[in-house]
Design a protein around this ligand. Structure first.
Ligand SMILES: C[S@@+](CC[C@H](N)C(=O)[O-])C[C@H]1O[C@@H](n2cnc3c(N)ncnc32)[C@H](O)[C@@H]1O
Length: 239
């Protein structure tokens, strides 16, 4: 939150806050922006946030799906914090892809982007899960490898398809992938995973006995915004 606060202190002109939720990011932008359009799709959330944001003269609150909103003014800044690990389970990518046509030529997006990295692991859980609790106990079997990086100022293909070559530095049973996302709130403010913001995602794979020096080949695909059911993983062998 401190990172977002620092970034929002730099906004000016017309600001959108897409997926405003509690409305806190819009409220922080009030002293810096000329005008803010705050959009929230969930009506239960909107009912709580509307009275709070209606108290600010330079915020216009819109209840609805941001992809269907016609904004009367282009944005200098788009705040869109629908983050989750690897952007799989939230609508950050489909929503931004739709709203970016309203961003002015030199406009900016907060957060600016995301970096995704993977590690080979031995994990206890047999199902895909976030590493928030004891059901996702694991140990790391090789170095963290960055496999994708996105800049939110340009449209992103939501269909992600990767071939990962992961080095192993521990003898044992490899049976999973740990994905960690790092958020570039701005190019200078990078936020790692926290239990609240993007806890690592643990994805089980086929079991393989591995030794130090092996490289495990994995095929990983998912749809950003498509939910955890869209995740497919295949172990293609060891070299
Ligand atoms: C992670 S929360 C954002 C929280 C918010 N930034 C805050 O600080 O409270 C994401 C929010 O985006 C909203 N949302 C998801 N899809 C949306 C869409 N298509 N249009 C508008 N809001 C959407 C959700 O209902 C949710 O409140």
């Amino acid at each position: 939150m401190a990172g977002f606060y620092e970034a929002i202190k730099k906004v000016e002109g017309i600001v959108y806050d897409i997926g405003t939720g509690s409305g806190i990011l819009s409220a922080w932008a009030v002293p810096y922006a000329n005008f803010i359009y705050a959009v929230e799709a969930d009506s239960a959330v909107a009912n709580k946030t509307r009275p709070f944001l209606n108290g600010f003269k330079n915020i216009f609150f819109i209840e609805g799906d941001a992809r269907k909103v016609h904004f009367p003014q282009k944005a200098d800044f788009i705040i869109c914090e629908m983050l989750d690990t690897a952007l799989i389970d939230e609508e950050q990518v489909p929503v931004l892809n739709s709203v970016l046509k309203y961003l002015k030529k030199n406009g900016d997006v907060i957060p600016r982007g995301i970096i995704n990295a993977a590690e080979p692991v031995h994990m206890e859980a047999e199902h895909i899960c976030y590493q928030e609790n004891e059901s996702s106990l694991h140990y790391i079997m090789g170095p963290l490898k960055v496999y994708s990086q996105y800049d939110f100022r340009t449209p992103i293909n939501p269909l992600a398809d990767f071939q990962l070559h992961l080095k192993i530095d521990t003898n044992g049973i490899f049976n999973g992938l740990k994905i960690t996302s790092f958020t570039l709130i701005t190019p200078k403010i990078i936020c790692g995973p926290t239990p609240m913001l993007n806890p690592p995602l643990m994805i089980p794979t086929e079991k393989l006995r591995v030794k130090k020096g092996d490289v495990v080949k994995i095929k990983l695909s998912y749809q950003m915004g498509g939910g955890l059911n869209s995740v497919r993983i295949e172990t293609e062998g060891i070299s």
